[in-house]
Design a protein around this ligand. Sequence first.
Ligand SMILES: *[C@@H]1O[C@H](CO)[C@@H](O)[C@H](O)[C@H]1NC(C)=O
Ligand SMILES: *[C@@H]1O[C@H](CO)[C@@H](O)[C@H](O)[C@H]1NC(C)=O
Ligand SMILES: *[C@@H]1O[C@H](CO)[C@@H](O)[C@H](O)[C@H]1NC(C)=O
Ligand SMILES: *[C@@H]1O[C@H](CO)[C@@H](O)[C@H](O)[C@H]1NC(C)=O
Ligand SMILES: *[C@@H]1O[C@H](CO)[C@@H](O)[C@H](O)[C@H]1NC(C)=O
Ligand SMILES: *[C@@H]1O[C@H](CO)[C@@H](O)[C@H](O)[C@H]1NC(C)=O
Ligand SMILES: *[C@@H]1O[C@H](CO)[C@@H](O)[C@H](O)[C@H]1NC(C)=O
Ligand SMILES: *[C@@H]1O[C@H](CO)[C@@H](O)[C@H](O)[C@H]1NC(C)=O
Length: 288
Amino acid sequence: MKRTLIFLLGTSLVWTAAGWTYHYSSKIMNWTLARQWCQTSFTDMVVIQSQEENDYLVSKLPNRNRSPYYWIGITKKHKNETWTWIGNNSTWIGEHSWAANEPNNNHSTEFCVEIYVNTGENRGKWNDEKCANRKYPVCYKAQCNETSCVRGRCHETIENTTCLCEPGFEGDRCQTAVECPPLPDPENGYHSCSAGNLTFNTTCQFKCYPGFLVNGSSSVTCAITGLWSGPRPTCTSYKQTLLAIVGCGAACALCCVCFCWLKHRKRKKLSQIRQPDEAAGPFSEVQG
Ligand SMILES: *[C@@H]1O[C@H](CO)[C@@H](O)[C@H](O)[C@H]1NC(C)=O
Ligand SMILES: *[C@@H]1O[C@H](CO)[C@@H](O)[C@H](O)[C@H]1NC(C)=O
Ligand SMILES: *[C@@H]1O[C@H](CO)[C@@H](O)[C@H](O)[C@H]1NC(C)=O
Ligand SMILES: *[C@@H]1O[C@H](CO)[C@@H](O)[C@H](O)[C@H]1NC(C)=O
Ligand SMILES: *[C@@H]1O[C@H](CO)[C@@H](O)[C@H](O)[C@H]1NC(C)=O
Ligand SMILES: *[C@@H]1O[C@H](CO)[C@@H](O)[C@H](O)[C@H]1NC(C)=O
Ligand SMILES: *[C@@H]1O[C@H](CO)[C@@H](O)[C@H](O)[C@H]1NC(C)=O
Ligand SMILES: *[C@@H]1O[C@H](CO)[C@@H](O)[C@H](O)[C@H]1NC(C)=O
């Protein structure tokens, strides 16, 4: 109870949402200690990656009438270095982030940044300051943890935490593997799949009962899209196959017979007419 009370006195929760939370201290500290405090009590000093986030943060922090203002997590080590955010080394700086005539490096050692949260015209703008100066820390606490997303990356934004799923997984925590639709057995056959489910990467083999032949590809695989790699094969009986072959053979034979018969008739007809200019025609060799 006591600890909670002290905690509440020393710090303030700015805003709770589904995404990260912002916190600040009512005690001023130099930049190094401010960051340490953030890392001990929360995740780290605040990181701003867009004008929208900047404006949101400013809208949630209590106004200060004059210096000191709040430390933010952008810094550099040497004069000629670029300003870099803590955490992931991002170098984002908005077009209108700096206050007028800033950063001015007034003391040639101004390698830390404060954000003006007041009602003046430089509200929400940044100013470079000596890191040894004492200001209010602003921290964030990440809401993402190892268990937030089962098969994906947790992404935090203002008031929102989202799981970006690996290919083949879906659901708000990426907890569901993509599945292909059920596969009924083919008529006169059966199938077995490599896993006890129909999740992607599963391969299913088709077999036909004795006396039947597989017609088509005998296996299909569930793709990451949730679709089978091809159509199910069908099972055709040997009898049917045989009949089909016999039928085709019979049809061919019939055609042959018809053709021969027609040819024969034509030849007969031609030989009866005996036209003299037929000699140049296609049946000349017959006549000759
Ligand atoms: C940031 O840059 C420093 C120096 O270049 C490097 O040591 C560090 O690993 C980087 N951190 C990340 C999170 O990329
Ligand atoms: C750093 O992190 C922020 C927010 O998580 C992201 O928007 C940005 O792209 C990252 N930058 C780099 C250089 O990784
Ligand atoms: C530089 O710092 C001094 C003392 O801290 C201050 O009086 C002066 O106005 C500053 N100059 C600028 C250009 O901000
Ligand atoms: C911040 O304060 C601590 C303790 O007073 C001190 O050891 C440290 O050198 C200071 N850091 C800066 C950058 O002024
Ligand atoms: C991890 O984050 C989720 C929300 O994303 C939360 O429900 C859960 O309690 C957290 N787990 C731990 C161990 O912090
Ligand atoms: C969170 O973000 C995701 C994707 O960016 C969006 O679909 C979802 O509606 C958002 N949820 C809330 C509560 O804003
Ligand atoms: C499907 O089965 C495979 C292998 O048995 C297993 O690794 C996987 O977790 C299962 N997926 C689902 C959604 O049950
Ligand atoms: C699915 O199969 C591909 C290719 O064989 C493999 O690279 C991938 O790791 C498999 N994924 C899973 C979740 O088993």
